[in-house]
Design a protein around this ligand. Sequence first.
Ligand SMILES: [Zn+2]
Length: 471
Amino acid sequence: MKAPSINAPDRLFPADPGLREIARSLYAQVRSLPIVSPHGHTDPSWFALNEPFPDAVDLLIKPDHYIFRMLYSRGVPLEQLGIARKDGAAVESDSRKIWKTFAAHYHLFAGTPSRIWMNHVFADVFGLDVPLNEDSADDYFDHINECLARPEFLPRALFERFNIEVIATTESPLDSLEWHQRLGEDDWNGRVITTYRPDPVVDPEFEGFAENVDRFGELAGEDTSNWKGYLAAHRERRAFFRSMGATATDHGHPTAATADLEPAECEALFQKALRGACSPAEADTFRAQMLTEMAAMSVEDGMVMQIHAGSFRNHNRDLFEQFGRDMGADIPRRTEYVQALKPLLDRFGNEPRLDIILFTLDETSYSRELAPLAGHYPCLTLGPPWWFHDSPEGMMRYREQVTETAGFYNTAGFNDDTRAFLSIPARHDVARRVDCAFLARCVADHRMSHEEATTLAIDLAGQLARNAYRL
Ligand SMILES: [Zn+2]
């Protein structure tokens, strides 16, 4: 069968024929393995309701901030992509027009992982095999929308077709988890679990922090006007999340700072945070303390902790004011781990019941800090390259900089970290291909046998994620 030209079968494999042959044979062992997706941002209502996706734009453009950040950077206003404004002013509502705007700018994605993912979706999910551009835009739009109306493109059918073993969504403690509850009562056996992401109630700089903490108390049935009640509310909500399948928590902090303060200091800082009176440094200390508190709770309840540090969120002030968060204006920043994690590690670093997965957006920390930390502390595992580095080059750099010190088994396998449901197989496929390309080199260099590389490729494609996330 001839493969579509937009999705070549040997993509991302080394050009050298000998290496390519090894990579191909490793990949043949992993290409059809089930997808383990332990961290992501799909909408659980899709799977609970199982209604058709509305159209190509709602499914492929609007949830994907990689797409609109690129278009915005080349002068396309978000209004033109139909992104809702906070002031309710009119934005483009004609989906076909939005799709055409996207198609006219598709060349901007050359060399980016978005292009690889999109082409994979077009070819594999929708059977399209001509390149997307202004000329093909209408055909693409009509074809995708026709497909989406068919039963085999319903969320659950795609979940099964993608061979997803488990998918984790991410919710705030303020979420009722209604959709997960409905899924729990349903007889469909797709495994959709939640993740405890407490940013709105642990970050004094989060919009509406004090009101969030109030609501948090109501939901948990605890008095969150004091530090003790506030911690009790976390225990309560974590238990509720676990009852909805959660095995992990997720912490998106600007830095990896941790702290270990006395309870009286915590109370004083908490009261200041509730009054909205924290300086930026105090807010950082509060978040830092909360990482240590979350670690303490993880020791008790067994939830795996994920620390995503190093993103300067909502960097574009005007865009944030006009559209809100998650508009593609988050920018990586320099991130330090060795000093930052020390207070937490002094308390829990040798605790066998604790598992922490560390992520970075600062690649300079891989070989200098993160691989040595993960290659020493039993509680630390290194998460996959994410976000800006979730690319073939980023994945290869990660293996090159991390493996020498941390090996493979101190890494947490792959996670797709995406809202773009249809791109999930594409993202896992890229990771599998790059890992096979890296392992092919190890085999060709006689650093490992083909057999050992095969075992590793299989573990990297799923087992390491199952282990790291206790799935
Ligand atoms: Zn995420």
